[in-house]
Design a binder for this molecule. Sequence first.
Ligand code: S3P
Length: 443
Amino acid sequence: MSHSQQPKPLVAHRSGPLSGRVRVPGDKSISHRALMLGALATGTTRITGLLEAEDVLNTAKVVEALGARINRREGVIEVLGRGVGGLIQPSGPLDFGNSGTGCRLMMGVIAGHDIEARLVGDASLSRRPMRRVLTPLRQMGMGVVEDRETLPLTIRGTSSLVPIEYATPVPSAQVKSAVLFAGLATSGETTVIEREATRDHTERMFRYFGAEVRTAMRDGRHAITVVGDAELEGRDVKVPADPSSAAFLAAAAAIVPGSDVTIEGVLVNETRTGFYTTLREMGADVAFADLREENGEPIADIRVRHRALTGVVVPAARAPSMIDEYPVLAAVAAFAQGETRMEGLAELKVKESDRLAATAAGLIANGIGARVEGDTLVVEGRGAARGGGTVVTHMDHRIAMAFLILGLGTDRPVEVDDVTFVATSFPAFTGLMTGLGAKLEAK
Ligand code: S3P
């Protein structure tokens, strides 16, 4: 995304009941992985429902720069893969834009190839920590030219990568996935051990493409093993709707009295549904209907109806399953009666922005009692909120969307200073929301 672009402010006004049945775009995590696995498979992978947003489009460009071919045919994205070990030297830097997922997972993909790649990103991505991924990949034999924490970085892959066993010090699906992707190219078994289960789309999709993956509990921790010398075969992938995007619509329905909203075909893998569990605990009416399975992932239609809400304690153990939903949960918490405490949020500080600080600041700017106590965010719910403030988004799509949702219920309008970055994950956000009855207006 161009940095020279003018900021685009948007204002959310108190809205009447939201209603409708809609579909949100494809899951971002699965979209990135489908492109990468398509490139590492032999033959053709046909992807329907791919999220066509900046982050994923950047991954698509990177995959092409590494020699995979991508064609678009009537809404189907075809990836012609090169097989594990078959990617080629790119001719220029690989630009991941705003996307931590694209960048970190691709480091794992590149690690197993005799490739030197310069990795770059926008100002937000260039502030985010990369050693969490570089450390295990170095142990496997990948070279890093500069000894630094942040992009730009130059990495040197190798066709003689070695398998490792690695206990992740942070709960991160991105770290786990980078190591597992690298593990595909080793000639042994690579194991990642995590204390708390993080999203498991990589494991599920590896199996779907034909790799051998084993999972086990070891001393109360999760051990995930991938068998190397993997031969992946191109597959058809149907990308389900993104539960993290759907969360904004669900939150809006939970905030605005009289609302009744259904979001179709949403991924309900339990490593992703902590937000919906929390909404239910707060008193919202949340139903998963027509549960089914596609490509090894569970899918449902999610219906949310407004009910009076009460504050809750969200335990730290739930954080990995709703890590991207805390800003919008904080907006919902403002309309509950009583305090909501969200514990164990250290990882929020290293997302597209410091979301812990940005969320608290946005709430306070709108007259809502909020404070950060260590890694806990506390929101004082009063059943209603004043609004009237301007929110600084810090190049962060989810901060922008969360505060537009807040403004649908506040007494006075909420202004968000720049919605440009919404295009990284959910370009259709404004249109979909206004279609349900939300009042969002350009300034
Ligand atoms: C993602 C994992 C999460 C999440 C991100 C997508 C993924 O990051 O915040 O939006 O697709 O693996 P961490 O695993 O670093 O927490």
